[in-house]
Design a protein. Structure first.
Length: 135
């Protein structure tokens, strides 16, 4: 009887604990070493999950997120060259700084639908994202 109770107790505990994963993001195609890259990790429901900012020291930038529950996520980011913590745009709204989305989901007039940004995190994951500059 004790084995039976122990088995179901362990089963209940393991099914309520979600696996935690690590995400490594390589952002490439940065045009200079000015400023920082600001990255937002978004959950499947299009809700903010985490963010980070990192100094730019080369044409690539590496950012890590830890303790992420397994599931589907999306990323959006921009290269804040002048350190004002916003994506600068010209008078008609075209970004003057670099930006990007997970799966390099860039459409003709902005990002593709959010569903196309989603990527799976099941275990430790590494992704590479290209930075786009329009001006």
């Amino acid at each position: 009887m004790i084995k039976f109770i122990l088995f179901f107790t362990l089963l209940a505990i393991t099914t309520t604990i979600r696996a935690q994963s690590k995400l490594e993001v390589e952002i490439y195609n940065l045009r200079n070493t000015k400023g920082k890259v600001l990255v937002e990790l978004i959950d499947r429901n299009n809700k903010h999950f985490a963010w980070q900012k990192k100094d730019v020291t080369g044409i690539k930038c590496f950012i890590s997120f830890s303790n992420i529950p397994e599931g589907e996520y999306a990323i959006r980011y921009y290269h804040d060259e002048n350190l004002n913590e916003k994506l600068d745009q010209n008078i008609i709204g075209i970004p003057k700084e670099g930006f990007g989305f997970s799966n390099d989901a860039m459409g003709l007039f902005g990002p593709k639908d959010f569903e196309e940004w989603l990527f799976p995190i099941y275990g430790d994951t590494i992704i590479k994202l290209k930075t786009f500059y329009l001006l």
